[in-house]
Design a protein around this ligand. Structure first.
Ligand code: G4P
Length: 193
């Protein structure tokens, strides 16, 4: 097991509905030493890529993206979630449906902070169905910028997002891939990587 998988086993929890609770170290209370290890690992995995910007989505992606950015020495842009407002013109907009929360949001990024010369690394905490990632990719494409890679803390391997994104040809690096989890026993099984 790697450092993140060990931490998930130690401090994570399994809730009904296949929800992994990681709010003691990842998406509520945040362990910055752990984020640092993640930054180091992403830097290694995307070595050689000419990344000049990191893109994430509010809220939980922001903390991780900021620490990762210290290794790449690049700025972080976070896409904002908005409730169907008409701001086209000055912003790039994509529709994102959350299956977990059963809501449809628009995510927006100002045209001032994303342009065709940007080579973007996407960072997020979870990958489940992949809707958030597809929205971010669509925004990058609208800007004429390129997706250099995608770094995810925890991928839920039994949900379709990972397969969808890899089949599109992107370099997707997930530090922990949960293959299955059992809410009764609390057992979490990771994919060998
Ligand atoms: P997607 O992000 O891959 O499109 O999948 P989905 O629509 O199912 O995920 C919606 C939200 O639920 C996302 O957060 C995602 O991080 C979160 N999520 C999905 N599975 C889990 C899980 O097992 N455990 C936890 N803790 N979160 C999960 P979000 O709505 O964007 O919220 P935010 O926390 O980033 O603000």
């Amino acid at each position: 097991m790697n450092f993140l998988e060990e931490r998930i086993v130690k401090d994570g929890g399994v809730k009904e509905g296949n929800v992994l609770k990681v709010d003691r170290f990842l998406n509520h209370q945040m362990d910055i030493e752990l984020f640092n290890e993640m930054g180091k690992e992403f830097y290694k995995r995307f070595e050689g890529k000419k990344i000049n910007k990191i893109l994430t989505i509010e809220a939980s992606g922001i903390g991780i993206a900021c620490i990762v950015a210290q290794y790449f020495h690049v700025p972080v842009v976070f896409a904002k979630k908005a409730k169907s407002i008409n701001i086209e013109g000055e912003s790039y907009v994509a529709d994102v449906e959350s299956f977990t929360h059963k809501v449809k949001n628009q995510v927006i990024v100002s045209k001032k902070v994303l342009s065709p010369e940007d080579r973007v690394l996407i960072i997020d905490d979870f990958l489940a169905n992949g809707c958030a990632l597809l929205g971010l990719i669509s925004i990058i494409q609208s800007a004429g910028a390129s997706v250099e890679g995608i770094g995810i803390a925890i991928e839920k391997g039994f949900q379709p997002g990972g397969t969808v994104i890899r089949n599109l040809g992107y370099q997707l690096e997930s530090l922990a891939i949960v293959e299955s989890m059992d809410e009764k026993t609390g057992e979490i099984v990771f994919r060998e990587q």
